[in-house]
Design a protein around this ligand. Structure first.
Ligand code: ADP
Ligand code: MG
Length: 503
């Protein structure tokens, strides 16, 4: 399967270069992966990084494989422009006659309009190019058609009407009934009791790709996207990244040493505690690795790392840790290694539990106690201390433990009564150091995680998948040499860009 994906990916890569005469940018490579994995997603990126170009190429690629696309633009003139670019691209393809492109333009003559109408209704096209306005005007017809791909350029314009969202979803095959039910689920907000909200029912559905420079839509309807397609617009504003995550199940010093010797340079090593870190650093130093640590003289060690006198720098993985947040060195930092998943560990004792646990327990409890729920109905926010008091006042310790166990059943409970929850934001922040946007380029990074515990790993993996759509590769499937090449390549072109912009 993996090999097949690589083949399709390199086919797309070649196709892009054939019709555009330039390689994809880092952003575009990330989007290409998702597109080829048939995932609906949002392209949140500033203007000028190649969103529209990507959408055009994707629709042509789909057309060559017998699939129908609709491209939706905020204005007619943008639709017209894209129509022209698309035809220019098309002229580079051999045997492109089978690709029929249909444009709606309000300034067409009467006979042109009639021809459009006839071709539109009989679906005599592979690619349909329209404006947002067309979506609302012709929703009755569009909602009954099926498109394998709907690409909405600049989604903000179209989200102004919530009816448009229904139409877009219908265009990729959702029924009115499915949309209605999802809306209901969102209204009732009673999600904790139900199944996981992200529907997996998007099989046999088309793909919806929406682009936005700043997407921050308001209201209930945009949430439908998440409910039905598993993504949400504008909520998670992590930077775009291109990172391969690798898990190594067997945690041993020797394996760590071996990996570091293969990667050689530009490595951040994250440990959970300073104590553990000191031991590992000692071991690596004894084995000839040039490694520094943040608990020594941070400024000095970091300078050495920057200059290349050190190959590895070790630090504690906590959200505000120096290595996690404080540095931005896209050309130097290529790899990170987590010596265990960053985790929160706490007793399931209500006096020690963090706020988010108390909150979830309290909400769960209220759901089963309507009178109490009524009483707290207008309360927006409770201080942590107040929450703690309420939890101990209303909820017996036994009930509390039961609820905690139920809510966090997929997480790990240790023998001494501690609950372990992977600290996903810290993993994201830490690994994010290896993949940064630089001009038109996104540097490629690799994040290696040593984790022996399957429960903790699965939990991290599923949340990362939900938040970033990022996948994991097992150690056994990995070809480190080719990854290293990709990492180096992405930094080479970065330097060229840098020079061009700089002079
Ligand atoms: P966006 O829709 O994000 O604003 P566009 O697709 O309009 O971006 O692209 C912006 C500019 O960058 C255009 O001039 C386009 O030709 C150019 N461009 C797009 N993709 C690439 C690429 N892979 N390499 C070089 N230039 C590109
Ligand atoms: Mg654009």
């Amino acid at each position: 399967l993996y090999w097949n994906f690589q083949q399709i990916y390199s086919m797309f890569e070649k196709f892009f270069e054939l019709i555009f005469h330039k390689p994809m940018t880092g952003y575009q490579r990330t989007w290409a992966r998702r597109f080829l994995l048939s995932k609906s997603f949002t392209l949140v990126a500033p203007t000028g990084v190649g969103k529209t170009t990507f959408g055009l190429v994707a629709s042509l690629f789909s057309a060559l494989h017998g699939k129908k696309s609709a491209l939706v633009f905020p204005t007619i003139s943008l639709a017209q422009q894209s129509f022209e670019r698309l035809n220019q691209f098309k002229s580079k393809i051999q045997n492109a006659d089978a690709i029929r492109i249909l444009l709606f333009n309000s300034s067409m003559t009467k006979s042109e309009k009639e021809e459009f109408e006839q071709r539109f209704l009989s679906q005599d096209f592979e690619i349909l190019i329209v404006s947002s306005q067309f979506i609302s005007k012709r929703k009755d017809v569009l909602s009954k058609m099926f498109f394998d791909l709907v690409f909405v350029d600049d989604v903000d314009a179209i989200l102004k009407s919530s009816k448009n969202i229904d139409t877009l979803l219908q265009m990729i095959g959702f029924s009115e009934d499915e949309i209605e039910k999802a809306t209901e689920r969102l209204r009732s907000k009673n999600k904790e009791n139900g199944q996981d909200t992200v529907s997996n029912g998007s099989k046999n559905k088309g793909m919806l790709i929406v682009s936005s420079a700043t997407a921050k839509p308001q209201g209930l309807k945009p949430l439908l996207f998440r409910e039905l397609l598993g993504f949400e617009i504008g909520r998670f504003t992590f930077n775009i990244r291109n990172i391969t995550n690798i898990r190594i199940k067997n945690k041993s010093n020797e394996k760590l040493l071996e990996i570091i010797n293969i990667l050689k340079d530009g490595i951040l090593l994250f440990v959970n505690t300073e104590e553990e870190g000191k031991e590992i650093v000692k071991f690596l130093l004894e084995n000839g690795i040039k490694i520094g640590a943040t608990w020594n003289d941070f400024e000095k060690e970091f300078e050495f790392f920057k200059e290349g006198k050190l190959n590895v720098i070790c630090g504690v993985s906590s959200y505000y840790g120096k290595l996690i947040r404080g540095i931005d060195l896209p050309s130097r930092i290529k790899y990170c290694i987590f010596w265990e998943t960053p985790c929160f560990r706490f007793l399931i004792d209500m006096d020690k539990a963090p706020r988010f646990v108390l909150e979830r327990v309290f909400v769960e409890y209220l759901d089963n106690h309507p009178k109490l729920k009524e009483y707290f109905k207008n309360v927006e926010y409770l201080q942590t201390e107040k929450l703690r008091q309420l939890v101990s006042k209303y909820i017996s310790y036994e009930d509390y433990s039961k609820i905690v166990n139920k809510i966090f059943s997929h997480l790990k409970l240790t023998d001494d009564g501690k609950l372990i929850i992977p600290d996903v934001p810290t993993y994201i922040q830490g690994s994010g150091r290896t993949s940064r946007m630089f001009g038109m380029n996104l540097t490629k990074g690799v994040s290696i995680l040593f984790e022996e515990d399957d429960t903790i790993f699965e939990s991290l993996k599923s949340r990362l998948m939900f938040l970033l759509d990022e996948e994991w590769i097992d150690e056994s499937e990995v070809n480190l040499e080719s990854l290293i090449m990709e990492v180096e390549e992405s930094r080479k072109s970065r330097n060229e860009d840098f020079n061009v912009n700089d002079t």
